[in-house]
Design a protein around this ligand. Structure first.
Ligand code: ATP
Length: 306
């Protein structure tokens, strides 16, 4: 496992909770944003993706490729314009708001990009955690990890009664994560949870995220721009232009065939082969497919052949 992780004793809260994560399935997910100017922005162009229960996945990809949009759709915060999304057996893309809000408060925690969007600014750290746990039953609250211990795990033991608005950016980020895990969710979605943190804070946060997976089998999806963070995840999904363009599994990178056979070229090839480049697929006879760039002359010649 990753070098950033440290050994921990297992968490003892919510023993009775189903110690399994929630699986995720996306089928042809498309998402459009309507803008005031009347232009639609196509953020997702057909995402097909399966995440197994208990898997830990990092979403990577250039800015604007659709990572945050996909994360909010998985968290039931927005509904896709088209396509279907399942969490376990439940299709959240067709659910009413009441059902969705139940799922959001008890099964899925989403930590949005920018810590303050996830916190009550004039409340203390402890009050924010209590707020995150409002939907739990009295028994679940009794079984939950005590606030002080949860805050200790993100290095905020001194800030238990500190008001959020007086905290540093890094402290807020760690508190936002503590709130997201306070309900022991079956699916944790975190958008750039370590983006503003120094090395030590980043390790605290990663440790907490992974310990949730170790102890409960929670399914975890993290959006990150940081390769050193993505490396701590056994699987990475690289978004490119609103689709899943590539995947990394156990250190190997794979292109992913999308709807209608669409395939993204690896970045270094795409840089030299602009849109419109003609390519030819040839079977080399040994079960390998050879991809050759056609030169203009050759295509013209071949085009002239009968
Ligand atoms: N609320 C919105 N209204 C209009 N367009 C939006 C909105 N949110 C995102 N977009 C657009 O949708 C596309 C995908 O954005 P998204 O934030 O999902 O990408 P991202 O990969 O998470 O980017 P970043 O890494 O910069 O956070 C972009 O073109 C973005 O400008």
């Amino acid at each position: 496992m990753p070098s950033q992780r440290r050994g921990v004793s297992p968490v003892t809260y919510r023993d009775r909770v189903e110690a399994t994560g929630l699986g995720v399935r996306c089928e042809g997910v498309v998402h459009l944003y309507r803008t005031f100017g009347g232009h639609d922005v196509v953020a997702l162009r057909g995402v097909d993706l399966v995440i197994a229960p208990g898997e830990r996945v990092a979403f990577l990809g250039p800015s604007g490729s659709g990572k945050s949009t996909l994360l909010t759709l998985l968290g039931g915060i927005q509904k896709p314009s088209a396509g279907r999304i399942f969490l376990g057996d439940a299709e959240i893309s067709r659910m009413g708001e009441r059902q969705l809000s139940r799922i959001r408060s008890r099964q899925v925690s989403t930590m949005l990009q920018g810590a303050t969007r996830n916190l009550l600014p004039y409340a203390t750290a402890r009050q924010n955690i209590a707020f995150a746990r409002l939907s739990l039953t009295a028994e679940e609250k009794r079984e939950a990890l005590v606030d002080r211990e949860l805050l200790r795990r993100v290095g905020l033991e001194e800030q238990v009664d500190q008001v959020v608005s007086t905290m540093s950016g890094g402290q807020r980020q760690r508190l936002a994560l503590a709130c997201a895990v306070a309900t022991a969710p079956r699916l944790l979605l975190a958008d750039e949870p370590t983006s503003q943190l120094g090395h030590e804070d980043r390790d605290h946060v990663l440790h907490l995220i992974h310990s949730l997976g170790d102890d409960f089998g929670t399914t975890i999806v993290v959006v990150t721009h940081q390769p050193e963070v993505a490396e701590t995840f056994p699987r990475s999904v690289k978004m490119l232009g609103g689709r899943v363009g590539a995947e990394g599994r156990e250190g190997s990178e794979y292109a992913v065939v999308g709807e209608d056979g669409v395939l993204h070229l690896p970045g270094h090839v795409a840089a030299d082969w602009p849109a419109g480049t003609l390519v030819r697929f040839e079977d080399d006879g040994d079960g390998r497919l050879v991809l050759t760039r056609a030169t203009h002359e050759r295509v013209t010649q071949e085009g002239a052949q009968p």
